[in-house]
Design a protein around this ligand. Structure first.
Ligand SMILES: Nc1ncnc2c1ncn2[C@@H]1O[C@H](COP(=O)(O)OS(=O)(=O)O)[C@@H](OP(=O)(O)O)[C@H]1O
Ligand SMILES: [Mg+2]
Ligand SMILES: [Mg+2]
Ligand SMILES: [Mg+2]
Length: 400
């Protein structure tokens, strides 16, 4: 059986945690009872490990992502055309991408001083080290220092431009299957960010190649459901922080610091009422393919197109029931575009897989090595979804 769950490093013990056998149930032999007790003791030990560990790391990740969100919101509000620069791959990168990466790196290192620090992150300081990057570097340095001072919880001397370059470049790790690695997309959905739309700060922790925690800060995502394309209702309060820890579920709170609430994916098994999320940018994911899949499933609602891993966040709280992503042939997915979103969805009871139904493997370095696309939904809908995906890929291979 394929286990379509990218984040669990412990076996599910739901049935074991409510043992059916007791001394009043003589049908269970003493041997199997002993064996079952041993399994329960082991499972409870694993369960305790999974819910007690990573607490410090999760607190640090939430703090880092929340501060980075503050920095990004400030920049997005004041976004000038001159903030947008062309990286060598021509994607827009702003002072906020760099500032967010430097700040997350700074906060994690400060909050977890005893840990060895490895970070796999999207940006690097190459362009900032050039003569033409000096003004940008100055602005990043000021932004990061201002955010730290406004927060007030760190007593550190003012950070220098050299500190910025170092903090950004601490994200040069290659990750892999051994040890712990933080995975960061300082702004996921930069195009959405530049447009004034959705984006996310996405931070996850890998331990021995598995995602063990994830945090998604989505500064422009309404706290209320965006199901039924309610994305642009102007009355909604915005700013969501999703977080998930292996074996401990997914929670959402407001970026302003309300109490967290537990969230769960939609439990619908009726594909006709299952609305779906996809990339805003058609160049990032084939809208033709998803529309063919939706047709096969009988989905009635139009797609909800939003930028970034905010899609995973919205899915984790049941705003819609399906996430579809089909990049063009040859595109290689990066781990920072999915690690945090993946655990946020799986811990909320969802399933994330590639188009062949395999779980995503974050242990191979910077890239995900996968079959064709990425899908997320609940366990009941996944078999139907995989069938529709297979058929659509056969019918319109040119869509990719
Ligand atoms: N050609 C192509 N195909 C597929 N994906 C691409 C492509 N180019 C970029 N990217 C990556 O897409 C990330 C943005 O995520 P989304 O596609 O979910 O958002 S969007 O609706 O398209 O804005 C985006 O993340 P950021 O660079 O962090 O914004 C990219 O990693
Ligand atoms: Mg980018
Ligand atoms: Mg990204
Ligand atoms: Mg990015």
């Amino acid at each position: 059986m394929v286990i379509l769950n990218c984040s669990r490093v412990v076996p599910k013990i739901t049935s074991l945690s409510r043992p059916k056998f007791t001394n009043t149930q003589p049908l269970v032999s003493p041997v199997s009872r002993r064996a079952s007790r041993a399994v329960i003791v082991a499972a409870v030990a694993v369960s305790a490990f999974s819910s007690m560990s990573y607490d410090r790391e999760l607190a640090a990740a939430k703090k880092a992502a929340s501060l980075a969100a503050r920095l990004c919101q400030k920049v997005q509000k004041a976004l000038l055309q001159s903030d947008v620069q062309a990286k060598s791959d021509k994607s827009p990168v702003t002072v906020a991408d760099y500032g967010s990466q430097a700040l997350v790196s700074f906060v994690l290192e400060r909050e977890l001083p005893s840990d060895s620090f490895s970070l796999v992150a999207e940006e690097d300081s190459g362009d900032l080290r050039k003569e033409s990057g000096q003004e940008t570097l100055q602005r990043i340095t000021k932004l990061v220092n201002d955010t730290i001072v406004n927060d007030g919880s760190f007593s550190v001397p003012t950070l220098t431009m050299e500190d910025m370059l170092r903090a950004i470049d601490s994200g040069k790790s290659d990750g892999g299957s051994h040890g712990r690695h933080w995975v960061l997309d300082p702004i996921d959905g930069t195009k959405g960010f530049v447009r004034g739309d959705q984006y996310a700060i996405a931070l996850a922790l890998l331990d021995e190649g598995k995602v063990v925690l994830g945090v998604l800060a989505c500064p422009n995502l309404p706290l209320a459901s965006i199901g039924g394309n309610r994305l642009h209702s102007s009355h909604d309060e915005v700013g969501c922080l999703f977080f998930a820890k292996v074996g401990a579920g997914t929670y959402m709170q407001s970026l302003d610091g309300s109490s967290p609430i537990k969230v769960n994916v939609s439990t619908t098994d009726n594909s006709e009422e299952a609305s779906f999320f996809e990339s805003f940018e058609a160049a990032h994911s084939s809208h033709d393919l998803s529309s063919s899949i939706a047709k096969k499933l009988g989905v009635k609602a139009p797609p909800v197109r939003i930028d970034s891993q905010a899609k995973y966040g919205a899915l984790s709280r049941g705003d819609g029931a399906i996430y579809l992503r089909f990049p063009r042939k040859g595109y290689r997915e990066k781990i920072w575009d999915h690690a945090a979103g993946c655990i946020v969805v799986t811990e909320a009871g969802g399933v994330v897989a590639d188009a062949a139904g395999n779980p995503l493997d974050f242990s191979k370095g910077k890239y995900l090595d996968l079959d064709t696309g990425i899908l997320a939904t609940n366990e009941k809908l996944m078999p139907l979804l995989l069938k529709a995906v297979r058929e659509s890929l056969e019918e319109i291979p040119s869509a990719l």
